[in-house]
Design a protein around this ligand. Structure first.
Ligand SMILES: O=C(O)C(=O)C[C@H](O)[C@H](O)COP(=O)(O)O
Length: 207
């Protein structure tokens, strides 16, 4: 699947931190029940890789990938475990070369015009804007739309129910990423039905 197709699966990409792989399947099921069939599990915890593996194996209807991928070794590991894509908070030639050589769907994080141009040199059509609100948010995306008319974005970092529609209204935004849809406390308490409700609330609130 191309990176832009991944960004087209759902208007909201949940950014997930899991502390225990046993939470992976119930969480993926809760998101699917809430209408969201894509999830980014960040490699910030020891549980991440096992969680990606479990979901890829047991729930093929969920498009699961990794976030916080910062080197090629991680990108290959994610692919080997069945992960469908890699998101990174940033962009590097090490990651770009690996994704290109191995045909791995890769959504790099960008925050400047030069980083967008580096992505374009590698044929990338969809980037994460990170950290979206801190680097200029809506105004920056409007600015990028001029010189980089064909580049699509997934703003992430500071996006929430309150501002998601401002981002989704922009023609160069395919989806938004956010952790608000999967509160750590709900996962810790096993309150997966709350996560399903948060998905439904967010999807219904899209203009
Ligand atoms: O880990 C990555 O790959 C990242 O790019 C970082 C996350 O996407 C943001 O930390 C989510 O931001 P919030 O929704 O504001 O919590």
């Amino acid at each position: 699947m191309k990176a832009t197709e991944i960004l087209g699966i759902s208007p909201i990409v949940p950014v997930v931190v899991l502390e225990d792989p046993k939470d992976a399947l119930p969480l993926a099921e809760a998101l699917l029940e809430g209408g969201i069939a894509v999830m980014e599990i960040t490699l910030r915890s020891d549980a991440a890789l096992a969680s990606i593996e479990a979901i890829a194996k047991e729930l093929p209807e969920m498009n699961v990938g990794a976030g916080t991928v910062v080197n090629a070794e991680q990108m290959l590991k994610v692919r080997d475990l069945g992960g469908n894509f890699s998101f990174s908070p940033g962009i590097s030639t090490g990651l770009l070369d690996c994704a290109k050589e191995e045909g791995i769907p890769f959504i790099p994080g960008v925050a400047t015009a030069s980083e967008v141009m580096l992505a374009m040199e590698y044929g990338i059509e969809g980037c994460k804007l990170f950290p979206a609100t801190a680097v200029g948010g809506i105004e920056l995306l409007k600015g990028f739309a001029g010189p980089f008319g064909s580049m699509k974005f997934c703003p992430t970092g500071g996006v929430s129910l309150a501002n998601m529609n401002d981002f989704l209204a922009l023609p160069n935004v395919l989806c938004v990423g956010g952790s608000w849809i999967v509160p750590k406390t709900s996962v810790a308490e096993g309150d997966f039905s709350n996560i399903t409700s948060l998905c439904k609330t967010a999807l219904e609130a899209i203009d």
